[in-house]
Design a protein around this ligand. Sequence first.
Ligand code: ATP
Ligand code: SF4
Ligand code: MG
Length: 333
Amino acid sequence: MTRLLDVENLTLQFKTDEGLITAIDDVSFSLDAGEVMGLVGESGSGKSVTAKSLMLLNPSNAVYGPDSKITLHLDDGPVDVMALAKAKSKDKRVIRGGAISMIFQEPMASFAPAISIGNQMVEQLLIHTDMNAKQATELSIEMLDRVGISDPSSRFKQYAFELSGGMRQRAMIAMALSTKPKLLIADEPTTALDVTIQAQVIDLMKDLVKEFGMGIVFITHDLGVIAQTADKVAVMYLSRVIERGPVRDVIRNPSHPYTKGLLAALPSLDDLDTPLQAIPGDIPSPLERPTGCVFNTRCSAKIGDICSAEIPDFININANHTAACHLYSEATS
Ligand SMILES: Nc1ncnc2c1ncn2[C@@H]1O[C@H](COP(=O)(O)OP(=O)(O)OP(=O)(O)O)[C@@H](O)[C@H]1O
Ligand code: SF4
Ligand SMILES: [Mg+2]
């Protein structure tokens, strides 16, 4: 497989009136072309901020750590994304709607209110591809059709506010996919959709991965959706990745106590009598991050002072499957 993306030691803090908020702490992962990586974790764990970093879309109060490195490997050679932070907006086009497209959690954010859906789709294609207006119109209508929008030629002329939430989400997916990006970042793309449409959109994404060899970073709370969609998964908790590996391995053999907790909290259709087990306690405020392992204030497997004193390193569970937890470093030392 061809490497598409390397994220190394990504760290990001927000300057706020209350102090510095660490939203991403030393996060590393990679993605090959044609691969789908799921990014999971509870609300506030840093998934969206990580996704926006790949396109340098975080607001101006964001401060990146000096060792943060994001490399996008394109046919013409590697692109150093962090180096584009100071570039003119024209030069950022490669990561904004060109090689990378993003489907946002909130579809209204993607559409300008006073321009029709179709005109926005066409405009984007004219900027990022060498299509003429007729070709761009045809492709846009075809993409609206492929995401399951009925009567796409009429929808093409409508404005975002005229569509229902689910329809808007699908139109945004159509727009993001129409430029055939190398990397698609999908931030909770199916949360607002009913299950039938959700399955349809997931199938569409899988088809496009095959058709264009696109890489996808798929963000969700829902481990069930990840199991259906992703090849590999990274689990985030309070700004850090704590476990990563091939999706089946991680789901069948979760190793970090937090991942085990997330899986135990999922309902099982085979066994509706077993009560669900929520992870006890709340995620600490990002202003009061625990020392040592970020999960130590909620972990029922905590093994002692080392958990609150030292940040655990990633330990290999088996090939490509790693977890950052002292349980394993203790076992191997
Ligand atoms: N512009 C900002 N200024 C200050 N803090 C921010 C900003 N954007 C995000 N944060 C903080 O960064 C942390 C990570 O937020 P993020 O939106 O990435 O979470 P998430 O994992 O996507 O959660 P959710 O599942 O709810 O979407 C949170 O503590 C959030 O409050
Ligand atoms: S390092 Fe300690 S506190 Fe953290 S998950 Fe492992 S056992 Fe629990
Ligand atoms: Mg989010």
